[in-house]
Design a protein around this ligand. Structure first.
Ligand code: 6LW
Length: 522
């Protein structure tokens, strides 16, 4: 063949390859607190949801074209009528499924009504009011079978429980049945039932959502079992020696999806830890799945994953990155901004002072686990810097406003402005369980204050400035003291802006001109 044609054919085939596949990606694919991921595919579009606990709005919906890059498009719980956070511990593991033109998101409002689902035609919303179902337990999942039957499968103290459900009304058609209890690991949970090549697969997690976490799978010809245990379980875990020095730990709570090119993938949770502690929460990771000749799946060939994944992927589509600076010029806060519990909308304004976020402190404080005037976004990077410009003249000594590195009400570091007698001070305070310590207090002159928090994996550093040029160090503190290992719970750090009247309503407004967050991990 003439060389010219050979060159031409090579060019075409390279181009064809380039149009259908890419290689390599970085985990986590949805960084910051995004545990218990669930994923579904509609054509060539992928949608994922994650748990949100006491944060509002609840259960973000992410969209992707390649499973690697995800963009936040909305929330499935965007109204108080769907998500009342006055009591209980909020939203646990959600599942997203698509059937006959309708999206379903099923989840648990823990100890506040328990299990329910919402539906939408458009995954970006609006989503319906909740359909409550009368079954206790957590981690509910739905499976739409080809014969029209729908299975509701959840975690129950007795094991993995299943019932057939009438998805139109939310009433159960069968009594509860325990269908599997896993392979003996503690906390069998996060079940998903799939029908793949006419076989029912039940994938669950065990070992607890810490360092012993693992994913196991069983199969049956019948959705009710008996389920045959995969002799090669667990199919995903970092509990063993081969992963002991991996920065990613606690992998588990996985969901499977078949991509539009026929390849199989799993989204699952894990955390990035340094020195046996992690503070950014459980995040969402991606790994390829291969089906072996014996009909069992293999995750990433070793059952372990890395930050840098050297595998073929779908053709990658990157989204424009989220702006690092939020100027508070728009009518609404950016989508990724969340509130602690159901917000009191009268405490937040972007219009009262144009171009500024105005917060009004209420009686709720950062420590009392009640509604508090706070809005922020996830810490998505172990290495980051965040800054804001605050204009705040407190009327009384009870009023404070500032920047908080906030994990939970029992663990946060706050850099804020307060009044004492007739003088204003900047204060750095650490709250670690019942230990509340004021590290540093410096008198301010008149005018606005730049508040800055910077993180490396092991530490946070706090500084301030009154001219935006010269910064004074306020102190630095270990990240492990506000880690999940220290504080407990299921969440991760947010960086937020807040105001409180510490038991009373504040008279003064706290005005924030802009907020900047620059992540430095990827
Ligand atoms: C969730 C359980 C779990 O309900 O943690 O890691 C709980 N898995 O399945 C809360 O995220």
């Amino acid at each position: 063949m003439c060389l010219k044609y050979l060159f031409f054919i090579t060019l075409i085939s390279n181009n064809l390859f380039a149009q259908t596949k890419n290689f390599g990606y970085i985990n986590p694919v949805i960084a910051g607190m995004n545990p218990d991921p669930s994923v579904c595919r509609v054509g060539e579009d992928y949608y994922a949801v994650t748990s949100t606990f006491q944060w509002f709005p609840g259960v973000p919906v992410y969209h992707s074209k390649d499973l690697v890059h995800w963009e936040l498009i909305g929330y499935s719980l965007h109204m108080k009528s769907q998500l009342n956070l006055e009591k209980g511990s909020g939203i646990y593991a959600p599942v997203i499924r698509y059937n006959n033109g309708v999206f379903y998101m099923v989840t648990t409002n823990r100890r506040n009504g328990e299990n329910f689902y919402v539906t939408a035609k458009n995954p970006a919303g609006p989503w319906s009011n909740p359909v409550w179902v009368s079954q206790e337990g957590i981690d509910p999942s739905l499976m739409f079978d080809e014969d029209g039957k729908v299975y509701f499968t959840c975690t129950h103290p007795d094991g993995i429980l299943q019932r057939e459900i009438d998805i139109g009304s939310g009433t159960f058609l069968t009594e509860p049945k325990i269908i599997w209890s896993g392979t003996g690991g503690r906390y069998p949970e996060g079940p998903h039932l799939y029908k793949i090549s006419n076989v029912y697969y039940l994938m669950i997690s065990e070992g607890g959502t810490e360092y012993g976490h693992q994913v196991v799978i069983a199969r049956s010809n019948n959705p009710w079992g008996p389920f045959e245990n995969n002799p090669d379980n667990p199919i995903l875990t970092h509990r063993n020696k081969n992963a002991q020095s991996n920065i990613i730990q606690g992998v588990g709570h996985a969901d499977l999806v078949q991509a539009h090119d026929g390849s199989w993938w799993t989204l699952f949770l894990g955390f990035r830890q340094k020195g046996s502690h992690h503070h950014t929460g459980r995040e969402t990771f991606l790994a390829p799945v291969a089906w072996l000749g014996n009909g069992w799946p293999l995750i990433n060939s070793t059952g372990t994953v890395e930050l840098k994944m050297n595998v073929a992927t779908l053709l990658q589509y990157k989204y424009p990155s989220v702006d690092k600076r939020c100027a508070f010029d728009a009518e609404a806060l950016p989508l990724e901004w969340n509130f602690i519990k159901n917000p009191d909308s009268s405490a937040y304004s972007l219009t009262n002072r144009k171009g500024w976020l105005r917060l009004k402190g209420g009686s709720g404080t950062l420590v009392d686990n009640k509604q508090v005037t706070f809005t922020g976004k996830r810490q998505t990077d172990l290495v980051f810097s965040a800054e804001t410009l605050l204009d705040f003249n407190p009327s009384g000594q009870n009023e404070e406003a500032g920047l908080s590195v906030y994990h939970r009400n029992n663990g946060h570091y706050d850099l804020f402005v307060r009044k004492e007698k007739n003088e204003r001070f900047i204060v750095l305070r650490y709250t670690i369980g019942s230990l509340i310590h004021e590290q540093q207090k410096i008198k301010l002159t008149n005018g606005s204050v730049f508040l800055r928090a910077e993180g490396i994996a092991e530490k946070y550093n706090f500084s301030f400035s009154q001219d935006g040029k010269q910064y004074r160090n306020m102190g630095n503190m270990d990240s492990r003291l506000i880690s999940s290992e220290t504080l407990g719970g299921f969440v991760g750090v947010y960086i937020g802006l807040y105001a409180t009247g510490n038991g009373k309503h504040s008279l003064s407004n706290a005005d924030f001109d802009w907020f900047e967050y620059e992540g430095k991990d990827k």
